[in-house]
Write a new protein. Structure first.
Length: 256
């Protein structure tokens, strides 16, 4: 069984550039495609987001057909109430396995992981958010250990999935260690530190990719799952400069 993964990260509300990324995503989507974002899609310096409590970002993600995203630091920066409003009103899941309220209660609308189905595959998607240190208290959040949280989600879903994908907004510095220490991770899509991989790399059998920042690139990872083995067939990061903007995205931005 084959699966195409299209992914972005660290858009930071560069929505004009995202309109170009949207064109690539729509053109690259095949019958069995998963579209994911690694976090920091929504940057609240954006007027569109301030005026809609973040819902303009959700509208853009839904238009392109994203299946899930993880929560980066910028999704937290307008406060816990805005994050809850966005997550609970989104048709696509907001994922973070290590982010909770400062009183340790769950954040409404946020999932530690989800299982999606594509091409008869059960795909476990979990995601980790970055620890903001001294800013956690002011943001109203608490961060659990991301390593422990990843392991907990894998154990909790044992036997329920065929493929495990981590949306890692901790940073690429953690990827190699996670790949070596947690063999159940099949794919790690990284974010936060804006690293650009021209193509995916493989560490201890785990596929790793990251596609820079600001919607300047779209990542493509094509894999095959056969006899419980995941094989990388093809990967690339496609530059968006020079690509025609998606008119539907531009129309949404005009309204908001």
């Amino acid at each position: 069984m084959r699966l195409r993964i299209l992914h972005t990260n660290d858009i930071h509300s560069h929505f004009d550039q995202f309109a170009k990324a949207s064109t690539i995503i729509k053109q690259s989507t095949q019958e069995h495609t998963l579209i994911l974002d690694g976090g920091d899609f929504a940057d609240f310096r954006s007027i569109e987001l301030q005026g809609t409590k973040g819902m303009a970002a959700i509208e853009l993600l839904e238009e392109v057909g994203y299946d899930a995203l993880t929560i980066g630091n910028n999704e937290m920066f307008n406060g816990i109430h805005t994050l809850e409003y966005m997550a609970s009103n989104s048709s696509l899941p907001f994922i973070s396995n290590n982010l909770v309220k400062k009183d340790l209660s769950p954040i409404k609308g946020v999932f530690p992981s989800v299982i999606l189905h594509k091409n008869n595959l059960r795909i476990l998607i979990t995601g980790s958010s970055p620890d903001m240190g001294v800013f956690n208290e002011g943001l109203g959040v608490h961060m659990h250990s991301y390593k422990e949280a990843i392991v907990n989600e894998i154990e909790r879903n044992k036997g329920k999935y065929d493929l495990c994908i981590l949306l890692n907004h901790v940073g690429t510095f953690a990827d190699d260690e996670l790949a070596k220490e947690i063999p159940e991770l099949d794919v790690i899509l990284s974010a936060h530190d804006h690293k650009l991989y021209k193509e995916a790399k493989i560490i201890e059998g785990t596929i790793l990719n990251s596609d820079g920042k600001y919607g300047e690139y779209v990542g493509i990872v094509d894999i095959e799952i056969k006899d419980q083995q995941v094989t990388l067939l093809h990967s690339e990061t496609i530059e968006t400069n020079g690509v025609e903007s998606d008119e539907r995205i531009l129309d949404i931005l005009k309204v908001n």
